[in-house]
Design a protein around this ligand. Structure first.
Ligand code: B12
Length: 249
């Protein structure tokens, strides 16, 4: 009967987090404080992320901590998932740690006193991947926009009703799955049919420039950091097609 020579070869994947080491990770930072933040995201260490983020914030601005620590760490989690190194448990704990870190950065970014206009944000119907949306919320608020956060897995009907209720300067959508991004086109069709021309910025791993520019109102958002600039343009009167022309060509 065959015997197992090395149990580590069997248990290595479920062992990743509890070992305290993010095995296989290829990102690092030369800055010691940012390295701790990266490490906490990669290891899904929600116990220590608060201290790590606060330490980084002592010498860096919140945007640097978000970009160079939290997003960089989460992008590496995405890569490790795609490579088959990380599985659902690792992705869940990493996301929790990232969200905890983002909350602290968001408080530090604060809310601008200037009120520029209302933006509605949501994550597509059927989709619970909301990290991109949370980053968008934080950046919009810090730049003076009132954010109506509809949350994740939001039915198309609810998004359409919210646009009619708040009449925002801009609507955003995040979708990470090819099965959920189709909700955006349905929202666009419903709004167009009812006479609304609200710019609808759609982002998230699943969507592409080609897909989003295939329906009315759609503007492709590649990176969350574009959201405040797009919303400012909308406040300044640019139509959805002018926004598309400016940001997507
Ligand atoms: C983390 C993660 C999870 C977490 C989500 C936690 C959370 N709160 O979000 C958990 C573990 C819960 C999860 C669950 C699942 N997941 Co998952 N998950 C991931 C993973 C590893 C990373 C995604 C992520 O958060 N990236 C980081 C964020 C910041 O990126 P982002 O949202 O794209 O945002 C950036 C840009 O796109 C942009 N952006 C986003 N929105 C917007 C909006 C605007 C206005 C602008 C301007 C920009 C912008 O800005 C951000 C950067 O600044 C990916 C792997 C991958 N390669 O992406 C899989 C992945 C998305 N998951 C996948 C799947 C299949 C699932 C599950 C179905 C698994 C399962 N069998 O149960 C479930 C989904 C259940 C559901 N109904 O939604 C698939 C989707 C496949 C597909 N293309 O359809 C992926 C691609 C993995 C894979 N290759 O198979 N997942």
């Amino acid at each position: 009967m065959a015997t197992v020579a090395n149990y580590a070869n069997i248990f290595v994947r479920y062992d990743l987090i509890s070992s305290g080491e993010a095995k296989g990770a290829k990102v690092s930072s030369k800055d010691a404080a940012l390295q701790k933040v990266l490490q906490c995201v990669l290891e899904g260490d929600s116990d220590n992320i608060e201290a790590a983020v606060n330490e980084a914030l002592a010498s860096k601005d919140p945007m640097t901590v978000i970009n160079e620590g939290l997003i960089k760490g989460m992008n590496e989690v995405s890569r490790l998932w795609d490579e088959g190194v990380y599985y659902l448990p690792q992705a869940i704990v990493a996301s929790d740690a990232m969200l905890k870190g983002l909350e602290i950065c968001e408080k530090k970014l604060g809310k601008s006193l200037e009120k520029k206009g209302t933006v509605i944000t949501h994550t597509a119907e059927g989709d619970i991947h909301d990290l991109g949306q949370k980053i968008v919320n934080a950046l919009l608020r810090a730049n003076g926009f009132e954010v109506v956060d509809l949350g994740k897995d939001v039915p198309v009907d609810e998004v359409v009703a919210a646009v009619k209720k708040y009449n925002p300067v801009m609507l955003t959508g995040t979708a990470l799955m090819t099965t959920t991004m189709t909700a955006f086109e349905r929202i666009s069709n419903r709004l167009t049919k009812d006479g609304y021309a609200t710019p609808f910025v759609c982002g998230g791993g699943a969507v592409s420039l080609e897909y989003v520019t295939g329906y009315n109102l759609g503007i492709y958002g590649k990176d969350a950091s574009q959201a405040p600039g797009m919303a400012s343009d909308a406040v300044n009167g640019l139509s959805w097609s002018q926004l598309r022309e400016k940001w997507n060509s």
